[in-house]
Design a protein around this ligand. Structure first.
Ligand code: S3P
Length: 433
């Protein structure tokens, strides 16, 4: 994607109020796109993610032989390759998307041929050793560039493994499961912390049998997938920016319609509740085993309290930590984040960038190797924010800017389009000035 570098000016708000329907979940869209493209038959997905990351997955799957058609209103139709991809003539460009690169690697490792995967500068800095280990243990060969992309997968017939993920990662878990799907025998992934389980639910939706215990997931291969029709739930990680924005203003009121509420993703609601926000969930339903519902939030009249995000909670909330940290100064007792070292190897070093940008806004913050302490009761002033080209940093500081004194300039605001192109327009709809 060649979007020019953009700055966005965010003016302070008096309140956050209204209702929104958000675009489809990024994690689920990646999986539906990958599995639909690999399955036999024609799948259709409505409310598919509008983010550039999922467009990268669609483009890769198209290059591998699937037919992809964009339909009206964020719907996508995919004709799958029925279990056998066409080796792509060129490198597969995963853009900024770690999910695309890591999950697709697992799918391709069990296919005959060589596949080269590339990404942008940020993705080319992210650790890929974590997928090389299990895939090589299964018999594939991966050539990395000093532990990173570009990477080449020499795929073929694999053997099933029993694998324990060293860092909690749904992407690595999925990578191994997608290789296991095509491999004779039972492949099992053990994880110390239960990471998001969209792959397990999606594989079942496409007709596969996946078995789970509290600490492991197994798939017996080979199995074949069949096309489905599905509506992608709204993205809770995108909703996080609005939920945190609403939590900043006593008197706020926000309704977010049809949001994915998968329990492995919904820890933010508990944390905001612990901070004092009033949250209710209505119209709960299940779509292909994914919970979907409407979230209502209002801020506590007395302001937010204090809380800590550590241990397993940190892993489950990993994508929401930048925005939580960004609203930390407006709590009364501060926010403590630990056990979140993975933040350093996301689209940017999110611990360093959150600390840098909070300081730019005049806040005190203490940085740790695996987290941050953000003292409460602080006043922020408008500043120039360095998003580092990271979508979640750009959006997190647009939220903090709503309560700052004076205007804030978000540099690299175009990066929001990686997951949420409509973000700034939607923020304007609910921020009352
Ligand atoms: C994702 C898993 C998480 C998350 C990322 C999306 C997924 O990464 O940070 O935004 O869709 O599986 P890890 O699996 O590397 O923790």
């Amino acid at each position: 994607m060649s979007t020019a570098i953009q700055e966005r000016v965010i003016r302070p708000a008096r309140n956050v109020y209204g209702s929104l329907r958000l675009p489809g979940d990024k994690s689920i869209s990646h999986r539906y796109a990958m599995l639909g493209a690999f399955a036999e038959g024609v799948s259709r997905f409505t409310n598919f993610s509008t983010g550039a990351d999922c467009a990268s997955t669609l483009a890769c799957m198209q290059a591998l032989g699937a037919q992809v058609k964009r339909l009206e209103g964020d719907a996508v139709e995919i004709t799958g390759v029925a279990g056998r991809v066409t080796p792509a003539a060129d490198a597969l460009d995963c853009g900024n998307s770690g999910s695309t690169m890591r999950m697709l690697s697992g799918l391709l490792a069990a296919q005959e041929g060589s596949f080269t995967l590339t990404g942008d500068a940020s993705l080319s800095r992210r650790p890929m050793e974590r997928i090389r280990k299990p895939l090589e243990a299964m018999g594939a060969r991966l050539t990395l560039t000093e532990g990173h992309a570009p990477l080449t997968i020499h795929g073929g017939k694999l053997t099933a493994i029993d694998y324990t993920t060293p860092v909690p990662s749904a992407q690595v878990k999925t990578c191994v499961l997608l290789a296991g799907l095509q491999t004779e025998g039972t492949t099992t992934v053990h994880e110390a912390v239960r990471t998001r389980d969209h792959s397990e639910l999606a594989l079942r939706a496409f007709g596969a049998t996946v078995t789970r215990t509290s600490g492991s997931v197994s798939i017996a291969g080979p199995q074949y997938l069949h096309a489905i029709e599905a509506a992608v739930p709204g993205d809770l990680s995108s909703a996080a920016f609005f939920l945190c924005a609403a939590a900043l203003f006593p008197g706020s009121g926000l309704v977010l319609d049809s949001i994915g509420l998968n329990p492995t993703r919904a820890a933010l609601l508990d944390v905001l509740t612990a901070l004092g926000a009033h949250i209710s969930v209505l119209n709960l339903e299940e779509k292909h085993a994914e919970l979907v519902g409407t979230i209502q939030i209002s801020a506590p009249a007395e302001g937010m309290g204090t809380t800590a995000v550590t241990g397993a909670l940190a892993a489950q909330l990993i994508d929401e930590l930048p925005v939580l940290a960004a609203i930390g100064p407006f709590t009364s007792g501060g926010l403590r984040i630990r056990d979140a070292k993975e933040l350093r190897v996301k689209e940017s070093d999110r611990i360093a960038l959150v600390a840098k940008n909070l300081r730019a806004m005049g806040a005190e913050v203490i940085e740790f190797e695996d987290g941050l302490d953000v003292p409460g009761g602080q006043t922020l002033h408008g500043a120039t924010i360095d998003s580092g080209g990271d979508h979640r940093i750009a959006m997190a500081f647009a939220v903090a800017a709503l309560r700052a004194e004076g205007e804030t300039v978000i540099q690299g605001a175009e990066s929001a389009a990686i997951s949420f192109p409509e973000f700034f327009e939607m923020l304007d709809l609910v921020a009352e000035r």
